[in-house]
Ligand binder design. Structure first.
Ligand code: SF4
Ligand code: SF4
Length: 79
């Protein structure tokens, strides 16, 4: 039997759609995003992301998609 794996999706920004409003930066509870000198937003601290999807929900033009499915072991799980 294969070991159980928890897949953690991460935010991806479509830079062609992003209007640089910075809602995601303000709303993210884990401070995952950073803003460059050109005001462009990027995902900097993806290891801190809790995959809540709030950034995607508050993004006005829908520039953020959650995917990736990073496999992780669940804490206190025996394999
Ligand atoms: S999914 Fe949640 S924790 Fe992750 S970047 Fe978006 S708002 Fe932040
Ligand atoms: S909320 Fe969406 S449009 Fe606004 S800066 Fe973030 S990714 Fe860009």
């Amino acid at each position: 039997m294969s070991a159980p794996v928890y897949c953690r999706d991460l935010p991806h920004i479509d830079t062609d759609v992003c209007i640089r409003c910075h809602s995601c930066v303000r709303e993210c509870p884990s401070k995952v995003f950073s803003v460059g000198d050109d005001k462009a937003v990027s995902v900097k601290a993806e290891n801190d992301c809790i995959s809540c999807g709030h950034c995607a929900a508050v993004c006005p033009p829908g520039a953020i998609s959650m995917f990736g499915g990073v496999p992780e072991r669940l804490p206190n799980t025996r394999y």
